[in-house]
Design a binder for this molecule. Structure first.
Ligand code: ASP
Length: 448
């Protein structure tokens, strides 16, 4: 039994949905299908979820809310018409949005409910289409499927009992079509995952029904060793481990949500990333372990939007609890840290810049000065982090040398280096403006 998840570009138009139908029909093992909301058909197109979010917030300056509603409606109407289906689903969607907006439910519930409707109606359209081409298909709401999540609107976490609930669905006849991106709390409230969260649903379902494979259909033939918008035609990755994939997704590989691997990883379900537009290409397999190869680095990723807070204090290494106290200040400000490289007398805390407002910066500095009595505090904004990833690094001599040489050869100053103790990745902190050049140079050093 396989679970197949189709992303936004795979259900963006009637033509794409026809391809999805053919893929499902071609392999009877594809029993559980998870879908995203219709995504972009072309580069500057609008994602349905983005429009739904604007509707739910009802504060778009450029378009009155009715225009936005028409946009969603027209998109679904054209999909249904081209699939030779009745327009009933689009009307139901329209009515549901109006009803939710008019209801007196709490605001976060309204927002999450409206946000989820792209997935709900995408799943309903696919179910109707599959039925029309002779595939026995049922629409399965995450509540009926038993996907139970924490009460964190827009950032739900799956709860363990979901897996037991989902396991019971194994015996169902036909193909089950499940909308991705949301679940329900124990008290029955709809809550969405973070953006791109349909991948998470797919992984939860695969882990729950204990699928032999979780296929994640997107619009690229495979995961590439580096972002193709930075390096032209980079090498493809055929097999990658969960750990490596997690590091790369975290650091800017957008093919797969970085939280989505955890459920599949915990239950040991292999993941295959495939292309809806070229389903016969082998794709990239994500597995628990792989044979060691000569190529110890599997990929290079970089992401911007970081900042670091550097502190130094003479004899810091002898001061019991210094690191904890410093991190506590960030915790009190509800900022989670990404990396924390340290030396004997200094420590940097790397965080996502968007969470470090000027107001928070002021409070953090004030507290560090008054509570930790450090010698120096420096804030560096507009940083980028590059991750050089590969499990084979642990047993290969000279990877750090090769990486640092590649970055410095491109004339870039390395501001920070961190190698996690797992030795799956090596992190380099640089200025945002130097990101592309550094990644290109690293790619050249490791892959050509
Ligand atoms: N539609 C949601 C989003 O755009 C979830 C997803 O596509 O995975 O974030």
């Amino acid at each position: 039994m396989k679970v197949a998840k189709f992303g936004g570009s795979s259900v963006a138009s009637a033509n794409q949905i026809k391809k999805v139908g053919a893929i499902i029909k071609q392999d009877p093992a594809r029993k559980f299908i998870v879908v995203s909301a219709p995504g972009k058909r072309y580069k500057d197109d609008i994602k349905i979820t983005d429009t739904l979010i604007k509707i739910s917030e009802n504060d778009d300056q450029d378009r009155p809310y009715e225009d936005l509603l028409d946009l969603v409606n027209d998109r679904f109407l054209s999909i249904l018409e081209e699939l030779n289906l009745t327009s009933a689903i689009a009307h139901e969607l329209h009515q549901t949005i109006e009803d939710v907006l008019a209801s007196d439910a709490e605001n976060s519930l309204k927002v999450d409910t409206i946000k989820s409707l792209g997935e709900v109606f995408s799943a309903k359209a696919l179910q109707a289409y599959l039925t029309s081409i002779g595939v026995e298909a049922t629409y399965l709401n995450p509540e009926t499927a038993g996907i139970i999540v924490s009460d964190q609107p827009g950032n739900a976490q799956v709860l363990e009992e979901s897996f037991t609930n989902l396991y019971k669905l194994r015996q169902q006849d036909g193909v089950q079509i499940i909308p991705g991106f949301f679940g329900y709390t124990k008290s029955g409230k709809l809550v969405t995952f973070s953006r791109g969260g349909s991948d998470i649903t797919g992984s939860i379902v695969a882990a729950g029904v204990q699928a032999e494979l979780y296929e994640n259909f997107t619009d690229v033939d495979s995961v590439y060793t580096v972002n193709p918008s930075i390096v032209e035609q980079p090498k493809e990755i055929t097999t990658i481990t969960y750990k490596e994939m997690r590091e790369l997704s975290y650091a800017g590989f957008s093919v797969f949500h970085d939280e989505a691997l955890i459920p599949a990883f915990k239950k040991g379900i292999p993941v295959c990333i495939k292309n809806t537009n070229n389903p016969n290409a082998p794709g990239t397999m994500v597995v628990a372990e792989k044979e060691p190869t000569e190529q110890c680095v599997v990929g290079i990723a970089g992401d911007d939007g970081f900042c670091s807070l550097y502190v130094s204090k003479y004899l810091m290494n002898r001061e019991l609890g210094f690191g904890r106290k410093l991190l506590q200040i960030f915790e009190d400000e509800e900022i989670s840290f990404e990396h924390a490289p340290s030396g004997i007398d200094d420590m940097s805390v790397v965080i996502r810049q968007k969470y470090f407002t000027k107001e928070k910066e002021r409070r953090v500095i004030e507290r560090i000065e008054s509570e930790l009595h450090v010698d120096t505090i420096k804030i560096h904004r507009d940083l980028a982090m590059i991750m050089v990833v590969g499990e084979g690094m642990i047993s290969t001599v000279g990877v750090a040398k090769k990486a640092t040489s590649a970055i410095t050869d491109s004339g870039v100053n390395i501001m920070m280096i961190n190698q996690g103790s797992s030795e799956v990745s090596m992190m380099f902190g640089i200025q945002e403006v130097d990101l592309e050049r550094s990644v290109q140079s690293l790619y050249k050093a490791f892959f050509t």
